[in-house]
Design a protein around this ligand. Sequence first.
Ligand code: ADP
Ligand code: MG
Length: 319
Amino acid sequence: MTSEFNLIQKYFTRPTQCTDLGIGDDAALVQISPGHQLAISADMSVVGTHFFQEATPYNIGWKSLAVNVSDMAAMGANPKWATLSIALPEIGEAWLAEFSRGLFTCADAFNIDLIGGDTAHGPLNIAIQIMGEIPIGKALARSGAKAGDDIWVSGNLGSAALGLAHLQQNQTLDDVATQNACLEALHTPQPRINLGVALRELAHSCIDISDGLLADLGHILKASKVGATIQLEAAPCLPVLKKRLDESAIQQAILAGGDDYELCFTAVPDMSDAILALSKTLNLDLTKIGQINTSNKLSVTLNKESVNLTQLGYDHFSS
Ligand code: ADP
Ligand code: MG
């Protein structure tokens, strides 16, 4: 049997780019750029809860790092280092090779060094810690939203939820292009680092949508002590969702579906032109979907009619 040491060497040790001492000693050594704060975040992925049994090891590798990178994007941080603590049921080298390929494809896409971790036997469990840099005082906190701000989201909402519903056979997606777009959104989410970094100068507050728009926007509202209205017909989504906005399963996917890892942010209306210009530069849709107000409530309308959020399982600022 291959020893743990050899496995780490073979699958997790790669040349580093912004690290003084990487994997192999008792601790890694890094230097923070002058004038910057260290942003630190961790996310654990448990198979069964966070991953479908059918997800490929490549997808598991990509997504377990991507969800961490997304937290850096939501802060406006630039990711630099990550550690990987992994429990594995048995040493399957084919699995490890593919997992490692997915993980490093994501790491390379965002110039992240894997600088350490831990390896143990047990039910599959992947705990990643990510560290990034942000100029002092420039972080995009959840608490910065102000009454009068517009609410924006990147990309499309509800695609990952629709992909999951398709896999669970709760929704049939006949159109192959839609099916692929939804499964891609579910399995290989694209963290919005370039957007988060640019928003340092444009936005008042920001969060990444991991648990669904209502829940995550709810965190901004609570932290900022404000309320909001959302116009559902403005929500960016695939055409297959757009044409069925009055169905509660579709409203559920857009408003409460998790796993999209898009950014939701607020900014003063005067920033609109700069945000639309940024959208062009990044080749990424940025869509205004509502406004922040002083009400302490979150309400959603569809063509001016109120949408019942309790029916969608949304409880006032909970979750
Ligand atoms: P220690 O007994 O000092 O904790 P380990 O044998 O656990 O050392 O780890 C040896 C080196 O390999 C350390 O640098 C550690 O950070 C790294 N390492 C262990 N497991 C992983 C992993 N899954 N991914 C990345 N680095 C790892
Ligand atoms: Mg150890």
